[in-house]
Structures are given as structure tokens and as C-alpha cells.
Design a protein. Structure first.
Length: 254
């Protein structure tokens, strides 16, 4: 993926990593469209950032995804990058099924079905472009589990293998599949995470990500240094230690 000259749609980009990445990519000379559920917030962001386009989308709703895709492509027929950013994280206690099941189902709907539906809505168009990119967003927790968030861990492991599989299937097209693998970042993904000493500062994360995109345009995975402790535990042979350290140091994912 080139660092500039793209037309990029990032649903789930009204806050956190999505918004910070959108603004940085816009500053690098890309046309950027962000999506989110709250129309008033989108309007406020567009007013504060001239040139930033917006579209209302609920990535947990299949009909909303189809409608938003039609709107984006009608306004931006040169779209060549989709960043499937939207995701949620919930703490679950599986000792008490009545307390976690609704949260677990919401995580799977948003984090797994959401990206699948988004990619399905855009892949035909992206295949028509001479050079296009689908960027998925997994997590270091796809490779080492946090005890408190079973469904989130599983959803991100699913995204990792979805990315690997789509890359194989789309190898005969002009569509590249790139997987962004964040560590814990200081966002509002969980209560208290924005102040967590264990999480990476958001500005530092986005700066490193953009630097990696620029220096490694053919990368399959975008991995900041901080995530490699989780990403490669099994390959290094210290997986059990990684899992123990992760859960001892940060038992609530904060």
C-alpha cells in the first residue's frame, strides 16, 4: 500500500485508532472517508477537518453496511483502500453464562461478521481497481489470550486467519490484503484503557504504523515493535511465559 494518493474508507473511525489513523493518512495526501453510527459526531468531525468525508454506518447491521457501501462508491468511484477498523471489546466471566452471552455475541457480530460483510460489500469494486488494498485489523491478542476477554481474543484470531485466507484467494487480482496488528493502545476500547500504563500512547502507535506503511509498502502485516512480544511467543518458544506475563501484568486488559 502506498502512503499517499489513495481514496480510503475507514468505518469505525470516529474515535481511537480509527480516527487518529484517518487524520494522519489524510495529512499524507489521501482522500479519506470515515464512517460511524452517530451522524452528529460525523458532522462535527467533518466541520473540524475540511476535506474529510463521512458516511453513517453501523458495522453490526448488514443492511447499514450495504447502504453505506453504495453511498461511498457513488461519491468516490476511485476508492481503492478499505480499512475494516470497527471493533468492540468486552470483559466476560464464563463462570456465569447469563452475564456474558449477550456481550460475546455482540463482539462476534461486530468484530467478525462486520469485517466479512464490509469486505463482501467492497471486494468487487476493489478488484476493478488497478491497485487496491484491504486492511484488516486484528490484535496481539489473536496470538496470546487475555483471560478477561475470550470472545475478543477469538474474534481477532478469526480476523488473522481470514486475512491469511483472503490473501491467498485474491492473489490473482490487484487487491492486496494487509493486516494491522495493534498491541494495547490508549483508547476507549475498555474502561480505563486511555490511562493505562500498559497500553501504547495513541499518537506513538499511529506514527509508527504510518512509518511502517511508508517504509514497507509490500508488508503483509503491520506490526509495531511493541506487539511482537505477543505476536511471536509461540515461534520463539516462550508462549506460556508470554501468556503468564500478559495476564499477570494486565489482568483486566487495561
Amino acid at each position: 500500500m502506498d502512503i499517499s494518493g489513495n481514496t480510503i474508507f475507514i468505518p469505525g473511525a470516529t474515535s481511537g485508532i480509527g480516527l487518529a489513523l484517518a487524520l494522519e493518512l489524510k495529512a499524507r495526501g489521501n482522500t479519506v472517508i470515515i464512517g460511524g453510527r452517530r451522524t452528529e459526531l460525523l458532522e462535527s468531525l467533518a466541520a473540524a477537518q475540511p476535506g474529510l468525508d463521512t458516511v453513517t454506518i453501523d458495522t453490526a447491521d448488514a443492511a447499514s453496511i450495504r447502504a453505506a457501501a453504495g453511498e461511498v462508491l457513488a461519491r468516490h468511484p476511485d476508492l481503492n483502500v478499505l480499512v475494516a477498523m470497527a471493533g468492540i471489546m468486552r470483559v466476560e466471566d464464563w463462570h456465569q453464562p447469563e452475564t456474558f452471552l449477550a456481550d460475546a455475541e455482540a463482539v462476534v457480530t461486530t468484530n467478525v461478521l462486520g469485517p466479512i460483510r464490509l469486505i463482501a460489500a467492497f471486494v468487487e469494486h476493489l478488484r476493478s481497481r488497478p491497485a487496491a488494498t484491504i486492511m484488516t485489523v486484528s490484535s496481539g491478542l489473536a496470538f496470546a489470550p487475555l483471560r478477561a476477554t475470550p470472545s475478543y481474543n477469538a474474534s481477532k484470531a478469526a480476523i488473522h486467519l481470514l486475512s491469511e485466507s483472503l490473501r491467498l484467494q485474491l492473489a490473482d487480482t490487484g487487491v492486496r490484503v494487509v493486516e494491522l496488528v495493534p498491541p494495547a493502545v490508549r483508547t476507549g476500547l475498555l474502561p480505563g484503557q486511555e490511562e493505562s500504563e500498559f497500553a501504547m500512547p495513541l499518537d506513538d502507535f499511529v506514527a509508527e504504523v504510518v512509518g511502517l506503511i511508508e517504509s514497507q509498502p509490500d508488508a503483509r502485516e503491520i506490526q509495531v515493535e511493541r506487539v511482537k512480544f505477543l505476536r511471536y511467543g509461540e515461534a520463539r518458544g516462550d508462549y506460556d511465559q508470554v501468556v503468564a506475563t500478559l495476564n499477570q501484568a494486565d489482568p483486566h486488559g487495561k
